[in-house]
Ligand binder design. Structure first.
Ligand code: C5P
Length: 227
């Protein structure tokens, strides 16, 4: 299991200070909309300059018509990143088009798809998809697998089921992790390290328990010792 640290601080400076404190660890860094829109490619380069072994997950969740998604994916592959994502609800055809477009990229990044956003409850999910959230998330995972993508963003609670319905090698990347039972904040269903391990999660995404800590390096150290 790998640790992916969410860089969700409000400013570039705070994100860079956090990453400098974590420079000796074998970790992934998650860069989302806010920092990418504000700080761009240069920020990604700065992260790699702090430690070239850092792996970067660019969390932009592409969603558009197939050709536009493939165009964006092709551009993303020119960035210094190691993983990016799309929405599975864009459809199997869109995901296939993305994978087909970037199939010959040397060292192509890992590509995963969001199944169901964790902000949905049953009712709001049904309003859009007219289906039960768990069943539909598994269907989205199967579509993603069949489209040739590498894995999904899912809840840790669904990881094992997704692997059973696809393949053990199919990657699950799971936010909503509170490694040692820390405060859940706005997350609804949180999992600790033991649950994530039992569910064969490949990547845990951890934000606040690390960046809001007085000693982020010691939290990361403790997580790495336990996974
Ligand atoms: O602070 P916390 O550990 O809850 O951060 C989780 C990170 O994962 C945040 O960056 C959040 O946007 C992201 N995320 C999530 N649920 C999803 C997809 C992404 O919490 N379904």
């Amino acid at each position: 299991m790998k640790l992916c640290v969410s860089l969700d601080n409000p400013s570039r400076q705070e994100n860079l200070e956090l990453v400098k404190k974590l420079k000796d660890f074998d970790i992934w860094l998650k860069v989302g909309f806010r920092s990418y829109i504000r700080d761009g490619k240069e920020f990604l380069e700065e992260l790699k300059a702090i430690n070239p072994n850092f792996k970067i997950f660019l969390d932009l969740k592409l969603y558009d018509i197939p050709n536009t998604m493939a165009d964006a994916a092709q551009e993303i592959c020119k960035l210094p990143i190691d993983m990016f994502n799309v929405h599975a609800s864009a459809g199997k055809n869109a995901m296939k088009t993305v994978m087909d477009r970037i199939k010959d990229v040397p060292n192509r990044p890992i590509v995963i798809a969001v199944t169901a956003l964790t902000s949905f409850d049953d009712e709001s999910f049904k309003y859009i998809y007219n289906e039960n959230i768990e069943q539909k998330a598994t269907k989205f995972a199967k579509d993603t697998f069949e489209a040739g993508m590498d894995g999904v963003v899912s809840s840790a609670f669904e990881s094992l089921d997704i692997k059973k319905n696809t393949s053990n090698e199919f990657i699950t990347l799971c936010p909503g992790i509170r490694p040692f039972g820390e405060d859940a904040g706005d997350q609804k269903r949180v999992a600790d390290l033991t649950l994530a391990q039992d569910q064969l999660v490949d990547f845990i995404v951890v934000g606040r328990p690390i960046y809001k800590s007085d000693n982020p390096a010691s939290v990361v150290q403790k997580i790495l010792e336990n996974i």
